[in-house]
Design a binder for this molecule. Structure first.
Ligand code: BYC
Length: 331
């Protein structure tokens, strides 16, 4: 999508009040900011943080589902799961390319992930012990991702916004395959229905946490919304996700593991919405800080893939150099 040739493009500007006001005016006029445009350093850093965190999440997100490819219960399920996991890999590559347009190399982004400096979504630090987890991830995790990412198609930074369009279309397919899988389990034997309920019990709260800390504790939301990187706050998106998902659970006869869940007709400016129970923010921060069930395994898998792939990167560079030399000699 983009070439590494953009790395090093000088987008820095002297951040006078006049420059900052003119930049904000472009944002307010809904103009897209493009890679070579001058931008405040904090805007660039926010995007590198967010896009790289998103890219890492897509790639790490291949691991919990990849765990089940060899054990999918039918050819149809295997093909769908393979396609989904492959899509996530593609999303990661799009997003790394979008981050590279901000002047940071993929090597640097990977180093930041492996050293723990960069984050990836908390949700991928939970294990997938049963086949029903594949349904729960598609339905809930991809469902939450769509809720968060559709507004990102209108993000002020052009490359991120454009990458999101295709990503959201694919996430929509992922969400449907997950929900259809859960529906099939609920229509099966009592044991299969129990598997689906158990997976929902384990994935519901972590999915709710994916949207990030509550608005009162969110560090970056205000500035990111002023820059139109984010269009809705973490709590607004979380509420929309809950409101959309509760009827889906009811339709397939599953119970959400929250005794406080209750329709409130006065919520959402009178449109109605669900009240829900307290979120365990201690658990969220524990997982984000590296102490979830699978954090160590996930990073170890990424490190192994990076180390094992060193020869491929070296060969690609050698091949490119050889061709560049041949082209120079022919000229
Ligand atoms: N996990 O100020 P806040 C997918 C961090 S992939 C970990 O509200 P912001 C999929 C946050 O980074 C889904 N950390 O931050 C793939 C910040 O710490 P730092 C990934 C989290 O950026 C495969 C601190 O908490 N989606 O869908 O304004 C298969 C304070 O938060 C989390 C994206 O990345 C978390 N859940 O808002 C299936 C979407 N939440 O960085 C599916 C793009 C917060 O200051 N990202 N933190 O150290 C976003 O929309 C926003 O970055 C967030 C957070 C809503 C996630």
């Amino acid at each position: 999508m983009y070439s590494q040739g953009l790395i090093g493009a000088n987008t820095q500007a002297e951040e006078t009040q006049e420059f900052l006001d003119a930049f904000q005016a472009r944002i307010d006029a809904e103009e897209k900011i493009e890679p070579n445009d001058p931008m405040p350093e904090a805007y660039r850093r926010t995007l590198v943080r967010m896009i790289s965190q998103h890219a890492h999440s897509e790639i790490v997100g291949m691991l919990p589902e990849g765990n089940w490819i060899t054990r999918a219960p039918s050819l149809r399920r295997k093909v769908a799961l393979l396609a989904k996991v492959q899509d996530e890999g593609g999303h990661g590559l799009y997003l790394y390319s979008a981050a590279e347009t901000l002047g940071v190399s993929r090597e640097q982004l990977t180093e930041d992930l492996l050293s723990g400096k960069a984050k990836y979504s908390s949700i991928f630090n939970y294990p997938t012990p049963t086949w029903a987890d594949i349904g729960a991830i598609g339905w809930l995790v991809d469902g939450a991702a769509i809720m968060n990412q559709v507004p990102l198609c209108r993000c002020s930074y052009g490359p991120y916004a454009r990458a999101m369009v295709r990503v959201c279309k694919e996430e929509s397919f992922h969400q449907r395959q997950g929900y259809e899988l859960m529906k099939s389990l609920t229509e099966g034997t009592p044991e299969q229905k129990d598997l689906a309920q158990d997976a929902l019990n384990r994935w519901w709260w972590p999915s709710i946490m994916m949207f990030g800390p509550s608005d009162t504790d969110s560090l970056h939301s205000d500035q990111s919304m002023a820059w139109k990187i984010k269009r809705f706050s973490n709590d607004e998106l979380r509420q929309s996700f809950i409101d959309a998902t509760v009827p889906q659970a009811e339709l397939i006869g599953l119970t959400l593991p929250d005794p406080d869940l209750k329709w409130n007709p006065d919520k959402n400016k009178g449109k109605g919405g669900y009240d829900f129970g307290p979120i365990d923010w201690d658990e969220f921060w524990r997982v984000v800080k590296g102490h979830g069930m699978m954090n160590k395994d996930r990073l170890a898998a990424r490190k192994k893939a990076w180390d094992d792939g060193a020869w491929v990167r070296e060969a690609a560079v050698a091949h490119a150099k050889k061709h560049a030399n041949e082209a120079a000699e022919a000229a």
